[in-house]
Design a protein around this ligand. Structure first.
Ligand code: UD1
Ligand code: UDP
Length: 367
């Protein structure tokens, strides 16, 4: 079997890194196609270097644009790459425009599609990511659902059981492969003069939060109230989208919030592990907080990661400043002995085993 792995953004590089390593371990032929949706070093090459990933075979350099223009460019270029490579399967991960383009391109070619992190639903069609998930799932042949909850979402939409594989989330594989290294190697806490459990970590980059001046201002205001209430400073590695919006809106950032550059994976994991509470609108960060045993407060109106809330690791508070403060005060005190709902860290093995059992490759030895 020959697998084309399509990726383009920070979370896809991180969450597909265990899958790439597993292809290497099994000596499976694969082709890496990078759309170039993320291109700044701190969102892209820093992860290839630190996670020791191979150079992409194809770099499509699409860059930033409106949804339609960006997805359209990727679609045309991924199609060319797939025609060139003729893989058996194209593998995509998550819910970005790169995922949508990879899935649609493959769907019109004799190439099967595997969707890693299938079946997540926020049930909020206003989010571009929700459209990307729904469309990708519906053209995919292999639906790699991380949990029973995500598999149930697929069943509710009428998917045939034979397409659904509950694998766990590859983010657990990534965290297991790097958390000890992060503790050993990262010096970020010293560099920023931070004491474990005496700061909160913030990430906010979601379009619906940071592209709306009033929502972004409310979010910052709520975070400032947490600082006052809990007596902690806030560290905010800021995504370029959010940084651009802050500048454009001329918003003042409260002095209790320290803006820093986006971090590499080991430094970010270390910042997560030692935080007293994590405040985020990121999907991957909600999962990692839950896996690492750090309470999380999600600054959104909906989440496609309800498992984190069900186990008591996360609270959904929206962006109302009082709700943000109250949520953080409650979460800072919770017992952190919840079960990790995202699997045992062998998701990438299960994904490759399922792909190797495909009719395209009956001869493949199953490991
Ligand atoms: C994208 C995903 C989002 C995901 C996030 C991960 C879509 C629709 N959105 O959002 O689901 O959570 O990636 O981080 O696919 N920019 C840079 N450097 C870069 C990339 C972007 O400066 O390397 C800036 C540009 O100003 C760009 C803006 O960030 O216009 C937004 O980038 P884009 O890729 O459109 O969306 P993200 O917000 O990164
Ligand atoms: N991340 C990182 N450095 C940072 C912020 C996030 O390495 O400064 C990692 C984080 O550990 C997680 C992933 O990026 O694995 C989440 O990506 P992001 O929040 O950009 O996207 P989302 O998960 O919301 O799609």
């Amino acid at each position: 079997i020959h697998i084309a792995i399509v990726l383009g953004t920070r979370p896809e590089i991180i969450k597909l890194s265990p899958v790439i390593r597993e292809c290497e371990r099994r000596d499976l032929p694969y082709t890496l196609i990078h759309t170039g949706q993320h291109y700044s070093d701190e969102l892209d090459s820093v992860f290839f270097d630190q996670l020791e990933l191979p150079e992409p075979d194809y770099h499509l350099d699409v860059g930033s644009d409106s949804h339609g223009a960006q997805t359209g460019k990727m679609l045309a270029e991924i199609e060319q790459a797939l025609l060139d490579v003729e893989p058996d399967v194209a593998l995509v991960q998550g819910d970005t425009n790169s995922v949508l383009a990879g899935a649609i391109a493959a769907s019109k070619l004799p190439v099967e599609i595997g969707h890693v992190e299938a079946g997540l639903r926020s049930f909020d069609r206003e989010m571009p990511e929700e459209t990307n998930r729904v469309v990708t799932d519906h053209v995919a042949d292999y639906l790699f659902a991380p949990t029973d909850t995500s598999a149930d979402n697929l069943r509710d939409e009428g998917f045939d059981e034979s397409r659904i594989h509950v694998t766990g989330n590859t983010v657990v594989d990534a965290v297991h492969q790097h958390r000890t290294l992060a503790t050993e190697k990262s010096t970020i806490l010293d560099d920023l003069d931070l004491t474990p459990r005496e700061y909160a970590l913030l990430t906010a980059h979601r379009a619906e939060n940071v592209d709306d001046r009033a929502r972004f201002a409310d979010l910052l205001n709520g975070v400032e109230r947490i600082s006052t209430e809990l007596g902690v400073n806030i560290v905010y590695p800021i995504h370029p989208r959010a940084r651009n919006r802050l500048d454009e809106f001329g918003l003042d950032v409260p002095s209790c919030i320290e803006l820093i550059e986006p971090q590499d994976y080991l430094d970010f994991l270390d910042l997560e592990q030692a935080a007293t509470v994590i405040l985020t609108d990121s999907g991957g960060v909600q999962e990692e907080a839950c896996i690492l045993g750090v309470p999380c407060v999600t600054l959104r109106d909906s989440t496609e990661r309800p498992e984190t809330i069900d186990v008591g690791a996360n609270r959904l508070v929206g962006i109302d400043p009082d709700a943000i403060r109250n949520g953080a005060v409650e979460m800072a005190d919770v017992a952190t002995d919840w079960e990790n709902p995202f699997g045992d860290g062998n998701a990438s093995k299960r994904i490759l085993t399922a792909l190797c059992q495909s009719p395209a490759d009956d001869q493949q030895v199953i490991q």
